[in-house]
Design a protein around this ligand. Structure first.
Ligand SMILES: [Zn+2]
Ligand SMILES: [Zn+2]
Length: 89
């Protein structure tokens, strides 16, 4: 069981509890539905992201705004899986 304080609208906050880890979006604090899939040392970035801040790459990957920017710079119009990308520090 995990709980989190999630922004709800401009001023309000709500408590959300669930079986899985519940995280607020790293950028805006709203409920996060996605985790960044960018590969980092020992795993993935895992930044929590809401629908509007997750950048969908291909069919099954979502990236945080920072990594989406790096991804777009690396792949010149070509969609590659994040697992094939070089780790940029
Ligand atoms: Zn957000
Ligand atoms: Zn990320």
């Amino acid at each position: 069981m995990a709980c989190a304080v999630i922004k709800n609208g401009e001023d309000g906050v709500i408590f959300v509890c669930g079986k899985h880890d519940i995280k607020p979006c790293k950028r805006c604090g709203f409920l996060a539905d996605y985790l960044c899939d960018w590969p980092v040392d020992g795993g993935t970035c895992d930044a929590a992201l809401c629908r509007s801040h997750a950048a969908n790459i291909g069919e099954q990957y979502d990236l945080c705004p920072i990594h989406a920017k790096i991804y777009r710079r690396q792949s010149v119009g070509e969609i590659r899986e994040p697992g094939n990308l070089k780790l940029v520090k």
